[in-house]
Design a protein around this ligand. Structure first.
Ligand code: HEC
Length: 137
């Protein structure tokens, strides 16, 4: 009888030790977080390149190289409070909608077409364009 109890206690202790192993796993999951962070840095530099490409094909004709604006065609965007102070989500939503000449917020009497007139731009494309515009200062 005595021997059986010893075996049971040994099994119980073993189970507790196995649970303790869970703590070790938590340690390795923080290593995963560190990897994710460095991936995010990579994604944002890829985002900027992708955003610049899309800007250069869709927006540059009106907003000019480096988003400096073209008189009588499109406003400057680089370094403006409109770009720097609004959230990425708000800017993506704005670009998708555009701003017609009759909009009370329109200052030029010119049309900002929805998605810059390129409906094939996805939300990801627009997010990348916004990241690029914000990076211009
Ligand atoms: C056909 C010309 C044209 C194209 C193409 C165009 N825009 Fe515009 N955009 C304008 C005009 C004109 C305005 C200013 C409208 C106004 O007076 O409020 C404007 C305004 C904006 C504004 C608001 C700026 C502010 O300070 O009010 C943003 C942001 C913007 N455009 C982003 C973009 C992006 C990003 C693209 C490419 C996806 C793009 N535009 C393509 C003509 C254009």
């Amino acid at each position: 009888m005595k021997t059986r109890w010893v075996v049971l206690i040994a099994v119980a202790t073993f189970s507790l030790t196995a649970c303790g192993g869970g703590t070790v796993n938590t340690g390795s999951s923080s290593t995963t977080e560190a990897t994710t962070n460095s991936e995010e840095v990579e994604v944002s530099s890829r985002q900027l390149t992708a955003g610049e490409e899309k800007y250069s094909s869709t927006c540059v004709g009106c907003h000019g190289p480096d988003a400096q604006g073209i008189e009588g065609v499109g406003k400057p965007l680089a370094g403006t409070t409109f770009i720097n102070d609004k959230s990425t989500e708000d800017l993506v939503a704005f670009i998708k909608t555009g701003r017609g000449p009759s909009d009370p917020e329109n200052t030029t009497g010119l049309q900002m077409p929805p998605s810059g007139g390129n409906p094939s731009l996805s939300d990801d494309d627009l997010t990348n364009i916004v990241a690029y515009l914000k990076s211009l200062g």
